[in-house]
Design a protein around this ligand. Structure first.
Ligand code: PEP
Ligand code: MN
Length: 332
């Protein structure tokens, strides 16, 4: 149950009411909001005279639910707006990891030419093995900041653990929480305290309900700018790296008010198939795509098998606008 309190209720009073009702409290920019357990279906008597509007919800998908806000949330990042009534599909592209200034600049030049506005690359890599490349850390963030200054890109880069979340928030235009970090509530809570857009990836072993509940940690901290990212889940199938859950994308479109990004690169795990899955996702009317591309994937320090080379990326990109247009979307 979500409750919008009357404007006569001060933030201090709202905090006290929240403590009394074991509720979460935040200010959404215009009013004090309480989020009570979803099991509560009626406004408690003690809150009735202080309540301006109430929104009972079926499950712990509360702030993200259509029953709270039926309209898709709108998020603006620099010159790019997604969600709301925009029907924009944001292309996010770049290498898996920042490896050097030259490597990122080579990708950036191609993306700039194609009018892609959002550059991705990781500096803190959540690797499965401790013996592989772990990312350049802050040195990588500085390279990305240069790309922002030189070409005007929005930068998206990932946090891996809470030790550097403040630093990443400082450098990035969109903060990515990776699949393995999805359950890290110290990251989620810190990301709830900023207004910076957060792209939350679905853990590969999580249900849709658990995934959206992780988004609720950020939303209920007071950050409305959350983007959900489907990046493939683990199934019995081993022929591909993961299985892209497009049914899950349809579920999220139906049930939630959050913009949705699809990442075919990590789902597929191989460069073949990435272009086809990208086209399928665009045809579903998603709000964004996240594609890995590298000047020379054969020598990439992470995710070498799945990154498109720059020619493959350009070839794929040239096929996308007509698909977006066919369903009334614009690729930006
Ligand atoms: C990535 O985007 O490079 C990445 C590590 O993704 P995921 O968290 O989905 O594995
Ligand atoms: Mn990667």
């Amino acid at each position: 149950m979500i409750i919008h309190l009357k404007s006569s209720v001060s933030p201090q009073e709202a905090a006290r009411l929240a403590a009394d009702h074991q509720a979460i409290h935040f200010n959404d920019g215009s009013q004090e909001v309480l989020v009570l357990s979803a099991k509560i279906k009626e406004v408690p008597g003690t809150l009735q005279s202080l309540t301006e509007a109430d929104f009972p919800t079926d499950t712990d998908i509360q702030l993200a639910s259509k029953s709270y806000q039926s309209k898709l949330r709108e998020i603006t990042i620099g010159e790019v707006t997604i969600g709301g009534d925009t029907k924009n599909t944001m292309m996010i592209a770049g290498p898996c990891s920042v490896e050097s200034q030259e490597q990122v600049d080579e990708v950036a030049q191609v993306l700039k030419k194609l009018n892609v506005k959002t550059l991705r690359a990781g500096c803190f890599k959540p690797r499965t093995s401790p013996y592989t490349f772990q990312g350049l850390g802050e040195e990588g963030l500085k390279i990305l900041a240069d790309m922002h200054d030189k070409y005007g890109f929005n930068i998206i880069t990932e946090v891996k653990d809470s030790s550097h979340v403040d630093m990443v928030i400082e450098y990035a235009d969109i903060v990515q929480i990776g699949a393995k970090a999805m359950y890290d509530h110290s990251i989620g809570k810190r990301c709830g305290q900023t207004k910076k857009p957060i792209l939350l990836k679905r853990g590969f072993g999580t249900t849709l309900q658990e995934f959206v509940q992780a988004a609720e940690f950020i939303l209920s901290g007071g950050n409305p700018n959350v983007i959900l990212c489907e990046r493939g889940i683990r199934t019995f199938e081993t022929g591909t790296r993961f299985t892209l859950d497009l049914c899950g994308v349809a579920f999220m479109k139906e049930k939630t008010n959050l913009p949705i990004v699809v990442d075919p690169s990590h789902a597929m795990g191989y460069r073949y198939g990435v272009a086809d899955l990208t086209r399928a996702a665009i045809a579903m009317g998603v709000d964004g795509l996240l594609i890995e591309t590298h000047p020379n994937p054969a020598v990439a320090k992470s995710d070498a098998a799945q990154q498109l080379d720059l020619d493959e990326f350009q070839k794929m990109h040239s096929t996308l606008q007509p698909i977006a247009q066919a369903i009334g979307h614009t690729l930006i």
